[in-house]
Design a protein around this ligand. Sequence first.
Ligand code: FMN
Length: 190
Amino acid sequence: MSERKQVLGIVGSPRRGGNTETLVDEVLRGAAEAGAATEKIILSALDIAPCDACDACKDSGECILADDMEELLDKMARSEVWVLGTPVYWWGPSAQFKAFVDRWYSKAQREEDKAFFQGRRVILVVPFGDSEVKTAQHVVGMMTDALDYVEAEFFATVLAPGVNDPGEVRAQSEVLAAAYRAGREAVSKP
Ligand SMILES: Cc1cc2nc3c(=O)[nH]c(=O)nc-3n(C[C@H](O)[C@H](O)[C@H](O)COP(=O)(O)O)c2cc1C
């Protein structure tokens, strides 16, 4: 078994170099400095179709859609820590991020697939333009309930209110520090 923890960062904003990617990078930097092997995925660069609710996965545990989600699920299965980033779009997650989470469905059907999620450590990263933290409540609520349902460990949330321009979050040293710390602790805490 590999000694190094695997940490997978998933960026749900289509904007390269934006606030979501900046924060995911910072979490991954903390994780790497704590000794983890890290990898970053940009959802908008992948072909991930929305779930079409055919329910074929109910028996097989496999999704019949042939796209990039299969490989991404394999990467998730090999990673102890998932860093999930989405901007707030209309008080919810981005469409790319929602399609990605909907596709977890195939791994949430059968008892024998439960280990896919169980005990995974998850860090949620959410930048948004509004200065009110409440604006992220539905994204945080959705992920709280979803992670609870699949029995993953919701380890930390990094919220970045008041950021609109790409990379604007670089000026928020406290948020960057919280992201870095979350990455370090997710790897180093037992
Ligand atoms: C389609 C769209 C919808 C948005 N909706 C909201 C919103 O409901 N509330 C908010 O505070 N910011 C909203 N924003 C602003 C983004 O959350 C903000 O610019 C964020 O920093 C983008 O992250 P990124 O740089 O990673 O793309 C929206 C932006 C877009 C493009």
